[in-house]
Design a protein around this ligand. Structure first.
Ligand code: AP5
Ligand code: MG
Ligand code: ZN
Length: 215
């Protein structure tokens, strides 16, 4: 299964990707997670990416295209993968097409998660993320068993640097300008399925599975 999860910041891409990973035993490829790991390690790429991320903007296409190109060649992607947060611009989508053609692979589906703007802001300001494994929680919608600790690894839950309201609004604006055109792009390729991302987490997952069965 080769999937793209498309949707604005806070739509639930990471949440749903983690659930799909367990179900299908294929990896989640999140450019945001890979970039945050590079920032944490202080690699040259991380140092370069940090200023774009903190400002709520996009990291240059050539950087993320290179990351994904390399990642999709790894053995664990043979059965499939879930792209989360990539592609985010038309040039990234075109580059992905080339990478997949070279690997003789085709996308099965592009799932677009649709959520109202005000709901997105509430989700992102209330999000807490595990410092160790990156799993996401929410102070109201996805409460951890022990406050401040990750259910998976007991790591400390922290707020992401870019989850401040001003940065969130900037990220949403960037999504509207640069990423939204991909909805039509993939509709044109006959790959798009839209999913109501306003529903509860488990219901969204069920909707995704039913969209995948329909394909
Ligand atoms: P990235 O990490 O991809 O962030 P994003 O796209 O802004 O998306 P989020 O991770 O914030 O949201 P999500 O959809 O994963 O939601 P989640 O499941 O966590 O990118 C970060 C930055 O990296 C970018 O701004 C950019 O600078 C850079 N970058 C990354 N990829 C790039 C690329 N391809 N090109 C260039 N730059 C790139 O859910 C959010 C919260 O809501 C959680 O608390 C969750 O518990 C809760 N929640 C989830 N689902 C539901 C539900 N159904 N009901 C209620 N609550 C819910
Ligand atoms: Mg995410
Ligand atoms: Zn954890």
């Amino acid at each position: 299964m080769k999937l793209i999860l498309l949707g604005p910041p806070g739509a639930g891409k990471g949440t749903q990707a983690k659930m799909l990973t367990e179900r299908f035993d294929i990896p989640q490829v999140s450019t945001g997670d890979i970039l945050r790991a590079a920032v944490k390690e202080g690699t040259p790429m991380g140092v370069k990416a940090k200023s774009f991320m903190d400002a709520g903007g996009l990291v240059p296409d050539e950087v993320v295209v290179g990351i994904v190109h390399e990642r999709l060649q790894k053995d664990d992607c043979v059965k499939g993968f879930i792209l989360d947060g990539f592609p985010r611009t038309v040039p990234q989508a075109d580059a992905l097409k080339q990478t997949l053609a070279a690997l003789d692979k085709n996308l099965d589906k592009v799932l677009s998660l649709e959520v109202d703007t005000e709901a997105l802001i509430g989700r992102l300001t209330g999000r807490r993320t595990c410092r160790e494994c990156g799993r996401g929680f929410h102070v109201t919608f996805d409460v951890p068993e022990v406050e401040g600790k990750c259910d998976s690894c007991a790591g400390e839950l922290v707020q992401r640097d870019d989850d401040q309201e001003e940065t969130i609004r900037k990220r949403l604006e960037v999504y509207g300008q640069q990423t939204m055109p991909l909805v039509d792009y993939y509709r044109g390729e006959g790959l798009l399925a839209t999913v109501d991302g306003m529903l509860d987490i488990d219901v969204v997952q069920a909707e995704i599975l039913s969209a995948l069965r329909a394909s």
